[in-house]
Design a protein around this ligand. Sequence first.
Ligand SMILES: [Zn+2]
Length: 268
Amino acid sequence: MPEGLQRGTVTVVLLSDKKAAVSYQPIERQKVYELIADQLLRRIGERQLHPGDSLPTERELTHAFRAGRSSVREALRMLESKGVIENRGNGTFVVSGYANPLNSSVQLLLSLDQATMLDVYELRRILECEAAGLAAERHTDSHLALMDAAIEEMAAALASDDPSRGARYIDADLRFHLAIAEATRNGVVLHTMDALRGVIRRALMSIFLVPESPERSFEQHRAIRTAIAARDATEAREAMRAHLVRVESDVHNALTVGSPAARGGRDG
Ligand SMILES: [Zn+2]
């Protein structure tokens, strides 16, 4: 026991004793699996390994890292629990598809009643108004093309009488907002927006049937796009705010009415 700890209270000493007792493992060993996991993570981050690619086998990794099999296993388990790789059986691991660690966290917050759909919409307003401003300053033509494609798809969905027009419209709506997030060229903004996509989608499904809601929202998307294309950050923020405030109030009304669809959205 280091001297410093003995000067603490009895409780501290006891806790420290307990901690020491359960963590008596060779420190190098723990570091080895973390180093292995770090290296694999870097390969994936640098796109040397793409989603769907198989990782080398456990035996190959053991050999390549000149590490113990248990360290390799532990590293793989750690990456699997983070959703970075998936176990395909027979000891085969592949790089997961586009995994967004924030995604499951938002779902979890809603499931645990630590957040409501209205909180999510408030966050949208905080995030997306400024994102629209940044998009006005930083976008490229390819971002505008993505926004245009989404707007066209929204128009096509509105014009159709297909039963899936609601889902089609909402998917295009979300693509429009993701294009703006992408145009900020801030990866955290994009990932946060992407993480909200699933829960927002469910809430939007509950308001698609609100009379004139999609029609009004369509015009608002065009106004946002126009402001961004004109590189008018102030107008882009305002146009986004007007859009989100209206959608938020529609969602609020849908939730207050408490339709089954709205509840489904809230329970996430
Ligand atoms: Zn929208």
